[in-house]
Design a protein around this ligand. Structure first.
Ligand code: AMP
Ligand code: MG
Length: 500
């Protein structure tokens, strides 16, 4: 590895790295690459909850060597940083080789919850940077940091974010911005695109080694299976996880924005937060990525796109299987797993017990009513939960929900059906359960934007406060009541592109 001349190497006894992670696959997979230092590094955001989960020292945020490490200004002895190669389909087209163009992996950390891979995003160019600069800007780094932890707070599988560090170094995007580095944490960052890469190059031994790594390191339940059976089981497992992830995204109103196969995690984690958006007013056709002119990744299309992406993964795994039929069956399991997970998710949101025939129509008619009036998705569900609880002892409980609609007669008609289905019993406990299912706080675009504006001016307090609220999104946070409100008028003018 070419060490940058200014880059000191240090023993970091508080950072128990373990050689058994992804890097263990060897240099065909993990290309040794040193970070490029950034001047005058400073902390932007620190995730204390994750620090504790990872078992890192309590004075971590006071340590200069931690700041240096997480900015890419220091190396850990004996654990070379690396970039990994992957390929993928972008916007439905084969894009060929991509790879970690601005992600540098520190390796696997031994934690109380098993091995966790650590990755710096924005720590400088790699052999896979193509024409990019290997950097990330402060704006997009804060967006990724907050969204990862908001997702985790919502109970949705995701990569995590330990910290953001910043530097005055300039980075050219549409405007000149400043550089930042996010430290991401996940059991694995393996993407569908990693498999597509080795399959497309005809590197079948490598393809098998990668699949075996994912199974042995992350899916121990499949370990006893051998040969083609193992890889069919792998495809089935990824399909199931992806189906569940899609149901969770849809239920909370999350729009990823760039569901290319290189942004899909084989562990079913939400991965690569770019131009994402949590919906404000409900619109099934919402496109959050301003570069997505066709609306390929519109909110309502996400499950279908996930299914398409799974076929790319299935295609890539074919050389490891001798028969197409079981692979197709594994993929087809999406067609039952997704609707089942979605139905269950919506029943939870509505507080419905058991399964009745009219449930799906009840949900579909509700979504149509929300769509017609662009009712705020999060406020609706929260008010509905409160109303169900209040309705145990008030006849006006549903007024605040009704107020969200312009077509009140549509809501009234729906509400009659809903109350009938809900039944009169246990409204209090049902409402309580709904309040633990329907979050009060989500990371609305305008909240992220306000935090970013302050951060650009050198004030990181809102990033840190938002983090704490979003990590407990079902709780009341009386001092931050305003963050649970409707998006202001100017929120609709925020344009989020791929540029990050
Ligand atoms: P994304 O759309 O962010 O998932 O990125 C697609 C590909 O472009 C990945 O291979 C990234 O590593 C690469 N990439 C994106 N931005 C940069 C950048 N600023 N420098 C180098 N590579 C980048
Ligand atoms: Mg990506």
């Amino acid at each position: 590895m070419l060490h940058h001349p200014e880059l000191p190497t240090a023993d970091l006894p508080w950072l128990p790295m373990n050689g058994a992670g992804f890097a263990n696959l060897g240099e065909t997979f993990a290309t040794p690459t040193a970070p490029t230092p950034l001047p005058a590094a400073h902390w932007v955001a620190c995730n204390e909850a994750l620090r504790i989960e990872l078992g890192l020292p309590s004075d971590l945020w006071q340590q200069q060597e931690a700041l240096a490490l997480f900015t890419g200004n220091r190396l850990t002895a004996n654990h070379p940083t690396y970039a990994s190669v992957y390929s993928g389909h972008q916007f439905g087209q084969w894009a060929g080789q991509l790879g970690d163009g601005r992600a540098l992996n520190l390796g696997a950390l031994q934690t109380p919850n098993g091995l966790q891979e650590l990755q710096l995003k924005g720590a400088g160019p790699t052999p896979y940077s193509r024409r990019g600069d290997g950097r990330a800007v402060l704006r997009s780094s804060i967006r990724e940091f907050l969204a990862s932890e908001a997702m985790h707070g919502l109970g949705i599988p995701t990569t995590r974010a330990l910290c953001v560090t910043g530097s005055p170094a300039q980075v050219r995007r549409e405007d000149i911005e400043t550089a930042a580095v996010v430290t991401r944490v996940a059991p694995s960052f393996v993407r569908f695109g990693h498999f597509e890469h080795f399959a497309s190059n005809g590197q079948i031994d490598e393809l098998r080694a990668l699949a075996d790594h994912v199974v042995t390191a992350h899916l121990p339940a499949l370990q006893d299976k051998q040969g083609p059976e193992r890889y069919v089981a792998l495809l089935h497992e990824v399909t199931q996880r992806t189906a569940h992830l899609m149901a969770q995204w849809q239920a909370v109103g999350f729009c990823h924005g760039v569901m290319n196969t290189d942004n899909m995690s084989v562990l079913g984690l939400t991965l690569d937060y770019g131009p994402y958006q949590y919906l404000d007013g409900f619109d099934a056709n919402h496109i959050c990525n301003h570069s997505d002119h066709q609306g390929r990744y519109a909110y309502a299309r996400q499950p279908q796109i996930a299914y398409w992406n799974l076929f790319c993964l299935g295609q890539a795994l074919m050389p490891l299987m001798d028969d197409q039929a079981p692979a197709l069956a594994a993929l087809e399991s999406f067609k039952t797993a997704f609707p089942a997970a979605m139905d269950q998710g919506m029943r939870h949101k509505l507080g419905l017990q058991g399964v009745l025939e009219g449930d799906r129509a009840l949900v579909e008619d509700l979504l149509q009513a929300l769509q017609q009036d662009r009712v705020d998705f999060t406020v609706f569900w929260r008010r509905l939960s409160m109303a169900v609880r209040e309705s145990a002892h008030s006849t006006h409980a549903f007024e605040p929900v009704r107020d969200l609609f312009m077509h009140r007669e549509v809501f009234d008609a729906w509400c009659v059906r809903y109350l009938e289905r809900l039944g009169a019993n246990k409204r209090q406990t049902t409402g309580d359960a709904m309040l633990r299912t329907n979050p009060k706080y989500i990371l609305r675009n305008h909240l992220g934007e306000l935090a970013i504006r302050q951060a650009k001016a050198g004030n990181f307090a809102m990033v840190q406060d938002l983090l704490l609220v979003l990590q407990a999104p079902f709780d009341e946070h009386p001092t931050h009541e305003a963050w649970a409100g409707l998006a202001p008028e100017w929120a609709s003018s925020i344009e989020i592109s791929c540029s990050s």
